[in-house]
Design a protein around this ligand. Structure first.
Ligand code: NI
Length: 510
C-alpha cells in the first residue's frame, strides 16, 4: 500500500498558537508518539500541525502529514463554545466543546457523547480523578463540518488520551460518526486491514499490535484527513498498543483510500484540504432522512439466519464468568465453524482482557452482563444491584460502543425486585435450559456429552470459558452438533426481541 512519507517536524510554538486561536487547552501537545506509519520516522514528540495563518488567507491548510488538518477560520461561521468546570461524584470534570446553532443535531450529538463519556468514565474506572474534553475544527465548509474531540482521562492507571471525530453533513442535517466517511462495513474492513498490515510490517518498530486493529466503529471513531488529503485514523491510547506508547495513528495514502470513501467522506476530504478563511454552514434540510447504523456498529444478530425457518435448528452456546486467558482460542474455534455465541462477562476479567472483549464484539458474538463481582443479586439492596450491573455496562460500552441488553444473574438467582431493576436497566434476564456442569466436573468428555445430548432446537447451553476443560471440549461439541444439523447463534438471534426485565431459559419462552 502506498505510504505517505513522514512530514517535516513543525515547531512547538505553532502548536501553542493553534490552541490560542481556538481557545482550547494544549491537550495533545507533548505526547510521545508511536508511529504506525513509518518506522524510519522513529518515535518521539510530534507537535500538532501549524494552523493556517489567517493573515495570509485564503490558503490551503498547512500542517503535519501525521495529523488531521486543523482549521482556524477567521470567522467561525457562528460556532460558539460551551465550557464547564465542575466536580461530579468527586471527579474533576473540565469540558469544552462547540455549539453550532445552525447544526442542532451536531450540537446535540456532541453534548450527548461528551456527557456519556464522563458518566461512563466515572462508573467504569476505579479512583477516577479527572476528565478533560477539548476540541478543534478539522474541516469547515458550507456543506460539512469536522469536529475533533480530545478526551484526557486521569484514573488509577495514569493519564490516557482518547479521540473522537464527528462529521456534520449540512446537506442531510445528519451528524455522522467517523466510520461513515467510508462507504460501508466492507470498506471499513479494508481500511482496518491496511492499518493492521502496516502495524505488522517487519520494518515497523512501533509496538502496535495489528491483531488489535479491528473494524469496529468504536475503535475507528477518529477518522479525518491531513492537509494533503491522506486519510488519518487515530486510536485511543492503550487500545492497539501499550498506553505508554501514546497516540497511535495510521496515515493511508489518499489514492489508496479514494475507492473506500462515501460521498460524505469525499466532501470531508475536500473540506479538509481546501482553502478557507471564512465559511457559513448551510441550514439543515426540513426533514433529515433516517440514517442507518454507522459502518462497524455491529448488531448481535445475523440477518442471514432465520431460526424460525422450518428445518433450521438453532442453539445458543453461552459462556460465563470470563473472558479468560484461553477465550481467544475459543474464538478461533467458533470462527472455524462460523458459530456465533454469547459471552456473559464479569468486571475483573473485562478489565484484564479488554482486548478479548473487543474481539468478541468484532467477530459478531453477543456480549451480556454477568455483574461486576458475581454476587447473588437477590441478597443485595436495590442500589447494590445497580452498582453490580451499571459499571459493567459502562465498561463494555467504553470498549465496544455496544450496550448489552441481556444479563445473566449469577447462579440464575432472581426475584421480582431484581427483575424490576433489570427492566429499568434495559436488560432481559437470560438463564439456560442445558447445564453442562463444566465448573463442577472439569472434565471435557462429560462437558461435551452433556451439551451434545442435551441440545434441542431452541436450547440455551451454559458453559464457563474460564476452564481449560471447557475450551478443550468445544471443538467436539461444535463438530457433533453441526453434524446433527444445528446452527450456532447468539442468544438474541435465538430469542428474537426480548423484553427487559423478563426471564428466558430457552426459545420456548420467547
Ligand atoms: Ni457465573
Amino acid at each position: 500500500m502506498p505510504l505517505a512519507p513522514p512530514a517535516p517536524r513543525s515547531r512547538m510554538e505553532h502548536a501553542h498558537s493553534r490552541h490560542r486561536v481556538l481557545g482550547t487547552r494544549a491537550a495533545v501537545a507533548g505526547l510521545a508518539l508511536s508511529l504506525l506509519l513509518s518506522a524510519c520516522s522513529g518515535s518521539g514528540e510530534e507537535p500538532p500541525p501549524d494552523p493556517p495563518d489567517a493573515s495570509e488567507s485564503p490558503a490551503s491548510p498547512q500542517g503535519s502529514a501525521q495529523h488531521m488538518t486543523v482549521v482556524a477560520p477567521e470567522d467561525l461561521g457562528g460556532i460558539g463554545e460551551y465550557t464547564d468546570s465542575r466536580s461530579q461524584s468527586g471527579v474533576d470534570v473540565e469540558l469544552s466543546y462547540p455549539e453550532v446553532p445552525a447544526a442542532a443535531s451536531l450540537t446535540d450529538r456532541i453534548r450527548e457523547r461528551t456527557e456519556r463519556a464522563v458518566e461512563d468514565f466515572i462508573l467504569a474506572i476505579p479512583d477516577a480523578a479527572g476528565i478533560t474534553v477539548d476540541w478543534e475544527l478539522t474541516a469547515a465548509a458550507e456543506d460539512v463540518l469536522g469536529i475533533r474531540l480530545t478526551t484526557e482521562e486521569e484514573g488509577d492507571e495514569g493519564t490516557r488520551t482518547a479521540y473522537e471525530t464527528l462529521w456534520y453533513d449540512a446537506v442531510t442535517g445528519h451528524t455522522a460518526d467517523s466510520t461513515e466517511l467510508v462507504a460501508n462495513y466492507e470498506a471499513l474492513s479494508v481500511l482496518a486491514g491496511l492499518a493492521a498490515d502496516e502495524a505488522r510490517a517487519e520494518d515497523n518498530d512501533a509496538d502496535v499490535d495489528g491483531d488489535l486493529i479491528l473494524p469496529v466503529a468504536r475503535l475507528f471513531n477518529s477518522i479525518g484527513f491531513n492537509p494533503r488529503g491522506d486519510l488519518v485514523v487515530e486510536f485511543d491510547e492503550g487500545k492497539t498498543a501499550d498506553a505508554e506508547a501514546g497516540r497511535v495513528f495510521a496515515v493511508i495514502d489518499g489514492a489508496a483510500v479514494e475507492p473506500l470513501l462515501s460521498d460524505l467522506g469525499q466532501r470531508a476530504r475536500d473540506a479538509a484540504t481546501g482553502a478557507i478563511s471564512e465559511f457559513e454552514l448551510s441550514p439543515p434540510p426540513e426533514e433529515t432522512p433516517d440514517s442507518k447504523e454507522a459502518p462497524g456498529v455491529l448488531p448481535p444478530r445475523d440477518d442471514g439466519v432465520d431460526c424460525e425457518a422450518s428445518g433450521t435448528k438453532c442453539v445458543a452456546l453461552t459462556f460465563d464468568d470470563g473472558p479468560g486467558p484461553r477465550t481467544p482460542e475459543l474464538l478461533d474455534t467458533l470462527a472455524e465453524y462460523d458459530a456465533k455465541a454469547t459471552f456473559f462477562i464479569t468486571g475483573a476479567p473485562t478489565r484484564l482482557h479488554s482486548d478479548t472483549v473487543r474481539r468478541i464484539y468484532a467477530e459478531g458474538h453477543e456480549l451480556g452482563n454477568h455483574t461486576m463481582t458475581h454476587p447473588q443479586l437477590t441478597r443485595l439492596s436495590d442500589s447494590g444491584v445497580v452498582n453490580e450491573t451499571a459499571p459493567l455496562q459502562a465498561m463494555i460500552r467504553r470498549e465496544t460502543g455496544y450496550t448489552p441488553h441481556i444479563v445473566r444473574p449469577p447462579y440464575g438467582a432472581t426475584n421480582d425486585s431484581v427483575q424490576e431493576l433489570m427492566a429499568e436497566g434495559g436488560m432481559a434476564e437470560i438463564l439456560w435450559s442445558v447445564d453442562t456442569l463444566d465448573w463442577k466436573d472439569r472434565d471435557s468428555d462429560k462437558c461435551a456429552n452433556r451439551a451434545i445430548r442435551g441440545a434441542r432446537a431452541g436450547s440455551i447451553i451454559l458453559f464457563h470459558d474460564i476452564h481449560d476443560t471447557t475450551i478443550d471440549a468445544i471443538p467436539r461439541i461444535l463438530r457433533e452438533l453441526e453434524e446433527k444439523g444445528f446452527t450456532f447463534v447468539t442468544t438474541t438471534q435465538l430469542l428474537g426481541e426480548t423484553e427487559p426485565g423478563e426471564t428466558y431459559e430457552s426459545a420456548d419462552d420467547s
